[in-house]
Design a protein around this ligand. Structure first.
Ligand SMILES: [Zn+2]
Length: 298
């Protein structure tokens, strides 16, 4: 049978002489493995189509098992996600999550649209850690493990402060927090973000900036939820953690570099080009006005 689908390449591996086997996450056919004959060879018309993170239209023949790629067309190459080391790590992590957290037949159009929006957001320069944490929340929800964040899971009280108890499936108030000695502290800003993440679709993410401390807690919260509910070991996670450890010095270095550039620009009478300077905005706080910083208009 011939299929024509929109899909995103979430895994790509060499196979035999010049061939590739790719896994694509599709809008209508779940996750599918496809053999692309000759795609590894230079000048094959399918070489670009089967690169990781490519969004395309795929036409393939399949009865059972692997499909055979017949034709295809690139809709969005997402080449920026392959060329930038930081973005490619985040994109690889999101792709691996889709690959590993679900069986082929469990995957529906929802996940396809979330991953597509995730890659769009990364490509558009939104804060990658925020993009990925929102994506993790969407994965948890799709797997049936979205946490309850409105009120205490034990007594339904809605007055904080709360702690996050992944094993109980949500937040615990101060009185009930003894039920889970391992529950994580949750500062107000982090709870707000988690609530926001569970309320919005990936496609509605605006521009959000958070303090490093908030980011740390957010990361710990999502990681605890994922580790408790999804039993998967991700190859891409260690690399992301390394990037995280490097990111603080990088932000400080960017600030120093900006000062130097401004100094030399004013000395030479030319203006520095802001597009060449990495943003330092991640150090801005969310202090109670997170809603205003959301751009939900699209
Ligand atoms: Zn309670």
């Amino acid at each position: 049978m011939i299929y024509r689908v929109e899909g995103i390449v979430i895994r790509s591996m060499d196979y035999g002489e010049g061939n590739k086997i790719v896994t694509i996450l599709t809008d209508t056919a779940g996750k599918v493995g496809i053999m692309a004959r000759g795609a590894k060879k230079l000048r094959s018309r399918h070489t670009s189509l089967v690169q990781p993170f490519t969004l395309g239209e795929f036409v393939y023949f399949r009865n059972a098992g692997l499909g055979q790629l017949n034709a295809g067309e690139i809709l969005e190459s997402n080449h920026q996600l392959r060329e930038d080391i930081e973005l490619s790590s985040y994109a690889a992590y999101a792709a691996e999550l889709c690959d590993r957290a679900f069986q082929d037949e469990e995957v529906g159009a929802y996940l396809f649209h979330q991953l597509r929006a995730c890659f769009d957001a990364l490509r558009e320069g939104k804060e990658p850690s925020i993009v990925i944490h929102l994506f993790e929340m969407k994965i948890l929800e799709a797997a049936g493990y979205g946490p309850q964040l409105d009120s205490c899971v034990s007594c339904d009280s809605d007055s904080g402060p709360f702690r996050l108890s992944p094993g109980s499936g949500g937040i615990l108030c101060r009185r009930c927090s003894g039920r889970d000695p391992g529950a994580l502290p949750l500062e107000e800003g982090v709870l707000k973000l988690l609530r926001l993440f569970s309320a919005i679709d990936m496609r509605r993410l605006g521009s959000i900036q958070v303090k490093p401390q908030t980011r740390e807690q957010l990361k710990a919260a999502l990681r605890a939820l994922m580790d408790t509910h999804l039993d998967i070991r991700l190859k891409t996670r260690g690399f992301l953690d390394q990037l995280d450890r490097l990111s603080l010095p990088a932000i400080e270095a960017a600030g120093r570099r900006r000062q130097q550039m401004e100094a030399s620009a004013s000395a030479s009478g030319i203006e520095s080009n802001p597009s060449e300077i990495p943003s330092t905005d991640t150090t801005k706080g969310l202090d109670g006005d997170s809603d205003e910083k959301l751009d939900e208009g699209h």
